[in-house]
Design a protein around this ligand. Structure first.
Ligand SMILES: [Ca+2]
Ligand SMILES: [Ca+2]
Length: 231
């Protein structure tokens, strides 16, 4: 009798463990995965400026001002800008500051866990455009933070986890340049920060109702085994 009880216990535990392992993620999804390689018309030596409108070949729209897409061979006139390994990337200050938003708007539920990451790159300017550049990153009312990158900084990945505590709809991911001209000859509004590899994901989160359902199934399976053992 003791052995039988022990076996039933193991069967129950086993079925529950199998069920936990098989729980599907609730709405895990990649919402934005943008490396700006899809923008056409950038030759190896140049760059291209884009004003307000959908930034064709990307997940983004220029809402205000302008941005530049820079190619791997782009150099400032003095030749001091060297960015390697990024392919094409985006200068959040085109011919002026910009507001850049995801073209799609997203909806999130309470309990969603989001993973936001992006790369900022310095612009090796010898102080010509200021010592650093800043951008305000926001995701509706869910997230807002200023990021700063030094003029000589290598590509740097910034990552944030965002826990959604109240349902939100019509949410866009937005980058707003904060550079200002502090002196007449300071042209910081024309350069940086440079942006690449923007990623926004809903990460795997087991939904409580799904979890309970699977545990209930496990318990039923356990009981069925128990009945068979008794018969
Ligand atoms: Ca790129
Ligand atoms: Ca520029």
């Amino acid at each position: 009798m003791k052995d039988t009880l022990l076996k039933m216990g193991i069967a129950l535990a086993g079925s529950s463990l199998i069920a936990v392992g098989a729980i599907p993620a609730a709405s895990a999804a990649v919402l934005i995965n943008e490396s700006f390689e899809g923008v056409a018309g950038i030759d190896a030596e140049g760059f291209k400026t884009f004003g307000p409108g959908v930034l064709s070949g990307t997940a983004f729209t220029v809402e205000e001002g302008s941005i530049d897409i820079l190619g791997p061979g782009f150099e400032l006139p003095a030749g001091e800008l060297v960015v390697s390994g990024q392919g094409q990337y985006l200068d959040t200050s085109g011919n002026d500051r910009s507001i850049l938003s995801s073209t799609n708007a997203f909806s999130f539920d309470v309990g969603d866990v989001l993973d936001l990451s992006f790369t900022l790159i310095g612009y090796n300017d010898s102080g010509r455009f200021g010592d650093s550049a800043r951008v305000l990153v926001s995701l509706g009312d869910l997230f807002e933070e200023q990021f700063e990158i030094g003029a000589d900084a290598n590509p740097t990945i910034f990552s944030r986890t965002i826990n959604v505590s109240s349902a939100a709809s019509d949410v866009k991911l937005t980058f707003s340049t904060l550079n200002v001209d502090v002196e007449p000859d300071n042209q910081s509004r024309f350069v940086g920060p440079f942006l690449d590899d923007v990623s926004l994901k809903v990460v795997d989160v087991p939904e409580p109702s799904v979890l309970l359902g699977f545990l209930a199934l496990g318990a039923i399976a356990g009981r069925q085994r128990q009945r068979k053992a008794i018969q």
